[in-house]
Design a protein around this ligand. Sequence first.
Ligand code: ADP
Ligand code: MG
Length: 597
Amino acid sequence: MSIHILPLDVINQISAGEVVERPAHLVKELVENSLDAGSTEIHIEVLSGGRGIKISDNGSGIDKNDLVLALTRHATSKIQKTNDLWNLSTFGFRGEALASAAAVSKLNISSINLTSLNLSSQKNKNAWQIRSDFGIFSEILPSSRNQGTEIIIEDLFDNVPARLKFLKSDASENAQIRNVIKAMALSNYNVEFKMVESGQLDLYYPKREYQIDRVREVLNCQKLFTYSANRENYKSTAYFSSPQDVAKTSKNIWIFAQGRWVQDRGLQAAVMEAYRNLLMHGEYPNVFIYLECNPADIDVNIHPTKSQVKFQSPSLAFRAVQASVRDGLETAPWVPKNSNIESAVQKYSVLNYEIPEAKNYTFNDQSFVKTQFQNKDFSLQNNISVQNLSANESVNKSSNQQTYWSSFQIIGQMNLTYLVCQKDDQMILVDQHAAHERVAFEKLMRKWHGGMIDLQNYLFPLAIDMSPEKCEAVLFHKSDIQKMGIEIEQMGPSTLGIKSAPLFIKESSLPRVFEKLANDTIEFGGSFNLEKSISDIFATMACHSVIRAGQSISQAQMQELLISMDEFPLSSFCPHGRPVSIEMTFTEIEKMFGRIN
Ligand code: ADP
Ligand code: MG
């Protein structure tokens, strides 16, 4: 076949395939148009899984003379020149959505433009409509609208059977549409959204004065906290739930960049990273991220549906998002703030207090019993500025003397597992193992950050056997691993020799640690994050080295434990994400006893 330019209808169908792959994409484009037109009320009706869509708004409307252009490909009122692409103030700019929709459906636009000051169009100050039947336009006819624009789409994809085949069930397409409307509602809290599905009101979000109210209703999560962080030009504001308030999927992690809803795996990872060691496997947080930067630092023109963006500096974007969530979480806003009650245990100075080591207790745990070792001050070498920085950060944070945990009045130990405490108007049960695990974990992380891990040098390198592939993967990170205090050398194609390791790691658990490091490096490849792997290892170490459930501890040890809890942020969750304590108010207890109703 010789080369030829494709007929317009084929071109239109090809791009329609990109922009409106499924009904939810079309709904997103239509809602964005209404928002670009300054609407404050947007109502959407959906039929048959989105094969019928009606959207009406109270925006600025379309002039009679522009109706045909509105349906024409690459015709837009939003940008003029290439540079405008780097300074966008609208969602739309491609001039493709309506043309695409018109090519694959029966579409009717009726609109009234009340804002035009153009005298020649004064006489057009009536409502007008135009219809397209799969790309064939009608004449412009009068209509009866008195504000904004209404677009009705019917028989979507009837002329593209191949695309119809790919649509899922109505319920699943509706769910996608609902998601789009939730997203639009999240970033436009001062706009009213209503979605009706097959005649039934499905979503209704009235105009809100404050962002947080909209986030609460869309995430369906009443207890949300907010925190902001900057990394150079990137500013991220996070609304987040406590780690106790979790979802079973990642669906309630909503990320917006410059007001645009984006599907960005990197930023999603930044959120999960911030919750590291606070959630259990399979748990996801409820989070809304609003990331802002200079318009010139973000390219939104890399994907036809604009659902992906490219940042000038993805790592700054990542760090801003991660910091907004992590720093917010570290303030543990869900923990009731310290009341003024002077507590009996406050006589211990938290700052000078040495956290009890597991070996201080007589738990018959052999973790720390070693045959031959030699202590040495281990200091981290070179390129560790980031870690050092965060070490200072966490030290500063922890030096805000808190007395939440230490102000509990300890009543006793229950079932050799829980500390029974009271404070103010509630009873608090503290899981002794989870609490101690958190303290041991934070202590290890802090020591590691500060380069103060005690080492043991082995007289003869310990040999660990693993597959050659794993050996190679671990050796590749030899110098990083050394920063962790583990010195390794290759002893054979499938044998690693360990010359030194942190004192707190049991010799017998080293093979397990290396197995994990090797698996992580292989699984995560380029994005392998030593700190993450280490914190997982520390979490396991902490878990194995502390007080277990079923061990009797003295009143003084209980107090020591609570005091040390105050020294670390985030201390209300163990590193595996289980809560450290649960509370029950006296009112709740009295209700159970039938003293009050
Ligand atoms: P884009 O949004 O990229 O400009 P579209 O195909 O989505 O392209 O829309 C084409 C044009 O139609 C827009 O530039 C805008 O001028 C006009 N338009 C579309 N929908 C509306 C609406 N709801 N209210 C006012 N104008 C609209
Ligand atoms: Mg548009």
